[in-house]
Design a protein around this ligand. Structure first.
Ligand code: MTE
Ligand code: MO
Length: 505
């Protein structure tokens, strides 16, 4: 039977590969992008063991493409191992002249692999059965294909590939529907008291009213919120299974669960997050209205006795970050974002919010606050970053247009953490002379009167452009009157600095 698929090396390799694709597709169909997905543990291990230089490069140069490459590598590696399992089962069946061995062997090996990787004994049956079905199907086709003309071999190869494609498409579409909401737009609304709901509505309405009317400029509450994760598949935690412990150098270790947290006094506050690894004029800076419980009281209850006045936060995804306890005292344990439940991609069920510091410390899926006696390195420090201090003041330039009357309009956002934004200045002669831009009214503070502690402001500046080329430069001034530094540095290790400028011809 020289034209049997399973009798040739190429045919066996092809069937093994298709079995692997079907296995991955079935796993994805059952789990979506959750840690129970077959390729997920491999992807996590890659993210954890990747050398610091590669991670930094991926973040600064590739952005989210870096993570997709990581995911693709994980898919290929996992697929290769499943294919190897199927191939071994086929060869063993051939050697033992046993017709059951290829299918059963593939099922058992794939199940063992999936169960070992994900720890999901039942869900592991999905990829096992799908991979085994492909092998059994190839066998059946071979068995009934005796004596058919040689050209049918091509047809069998084609139909085998067809099976793989079909399985992928089906698996992908089913799995994608299973993937839990990652963004705010599709998150369920927040179960809070009527008065808390009213406070949220009032603040969101004020944010809308105070947003500048510039088409194409992100409003004061970001319409889409950037996301940075060390893994490309986020944890998929149940609120019922979540709890947070305060451990380490404390008088008494304490634990709080989700229901307890939701029953505590909460507050709604505007805060901007900005990623230390982003480029100077990058887009990884956004603002939301966060709902959560102040952390100071929880820390007092535990009675902290830290030798270094510092803490390490730990998260479900293996992330950890160290910073001064002082910063955490001002922080919140957040479970709501813009009046909705905190979306999975932003840390559902609970994340830390630490006003004024770089995005890095705002730990998502947070599970433990470890009070330290001695300073230690966090995930990013181990990779050469120092992203745990106060954010650097920045005025970004994200919008420019020529109006009907020929004038040019520039706009953007300015943010300086707890140091506050008092002014934004624009120069259209390359830094010779400076004029104040108009600013949006500040977002409201926690009690609505006064200004938000830690939120950006929008700026807009309209001018008569000189004829010919010119360069616009923008800089901000903090509330204490300090002008943003013009000293230029890249993102690594402490975040980018310098003035944003743009050339117009
Ligand atoms: N558990 C966990 N928390 C995390 C991260 C992470 O990968 N895992 N990324 C950090 C980084 S680098 C930034 S900039 C912010 C981004 O928060 P966002 O994704 O909600 O915008 O989350 C921080 N918290
Ligand atoms: Mo970040």
């Amino acid at each position: 039977m020289a034209d049997d698929i399973l009798d040739t090396r190429g045919g066996r390799a092809l069937v093994s590969l298709v079995a692997a694709v079907a296995g991955l597709a079935a796993s994805y169909a059952l789990t979506g992008y959750t840690p129970a997905f077959l390729a997920s543990p491999v992807e996590r291990t890659l993210a954890r063991t990747m050398p610091g230089e590669v991670v930094s490069l991926a973040i600064t140069e590739l952005g989210s493409v870096g993570q997709q490459l990581n995911l693709l590598t994980a898919l290929s590696l996992t697929g290769a191992v499943v294919a190897l399992a199927a191939w071994a089962a086929i060869v063993a069946g051939d050697a033992a002249n046993n017709r059951l061995l290829p299918g059963v062997g593939t099922a058992v090996l794939t199940w063992g692999l999936a169960a070992a990787l994900t720890g999901e004994l039942v869900l592991a049956a999905g990829p096992a059965l799908a991979a085994a079905a492909v092998v059994a199907l190839a066998q059946t086709v071979d068995a009934y294909g005796d004596g058919t003309p040689i050209s049918s071999k091509r047809r069998r190869v084609l139909s085998t590939v067809g099976v793989a494609l079909g399985a992928s498409v089906l698996g992908y579409s089913v799995g994608t529907r299973r993937t839990p909401a990652a963004t705010a737009a599709d998150a369920p609304s927040l179960p809070v008291s009527d008065s808390a709901r009213e406070d949220i509505e009032t603040k969101l309405a004020l944010a809308e009213a105070r947003s500048l009317d510039v088409d194409g400029l992100d409003s004061l509450v970001s319409e889409t919120f950037y996301q940075v994760d060390i893994n490309s598949i986020d944890p998929d935690l149940d609120a019922d299974d979540w709890s947070l412990s305060v451990t380490g150098a404390v008088e008494e270790e304490t634990t709080v669960d989700y229901d307890e947290l939701l029953s505590m006094d909460s507050r709604n506050q505007f805060s901007t997050l900005r990623c230390v690894g982003d480029s100077l004029n990058g887009k990884k800076m956004d603002t939301a209205l966060w709902t959560g419980v102040p952390l100071g009281r929880l820390l007092d209850e535990a009675g902290v006795q830290s030798g270094c006045e510092c803490v390490m936060l730990h998260a479900e995804d293996g992330y950890f970050v160290e910073f001064p306890i002082e910063a955490l005292r001002r922080g919140l344990l957040v479970y709501g974002m813009n009046g909705k439940l905190l979306p999975r991609g932003h840390g559902y069920p609970v994340r830390a919010l630490v006003p004024g510091h770089w995005g890095e410390v705002n730990t998502k899926w947070v599970t433990e606050i470890e009070v330290l006696d001695k300073k230690a390195d966090g995930y990013w420090e181990r990779r050469g970053w120092e992203g745990t201090g106060p954010v650097k003041p920045i005025a970004k330039l994200h919008h420019s247009e020529v109006l009907d009357d020929g004038r040019r309009r520039l706009a953007g956002h300015a943010y300086a953490g707890l140091r506050g934004v008092s002014r934004v200045e624009v120069s259209t002669d390359g830094g010779e002379s400076w004029t104040d831009a108009s600013l949006s009214e500040p977002l409201p503070s926690v009690d609505v009167d006064g200004n938000a502690e830690d939120a950006w402001r929008q700026w807009v500046y309209t001018y008569d452009p000189p004829s010919g080329a010119h360069t616009a430069v923008v800089r901000m001034v903090t509330e204490d009157g300090t002008v943003q530094t013009d000293e230029e540095t890249g993102p690594k290790p402490t975040g980018p600095s310098g003035w944003v400028s743009k050339e117009f011809s």
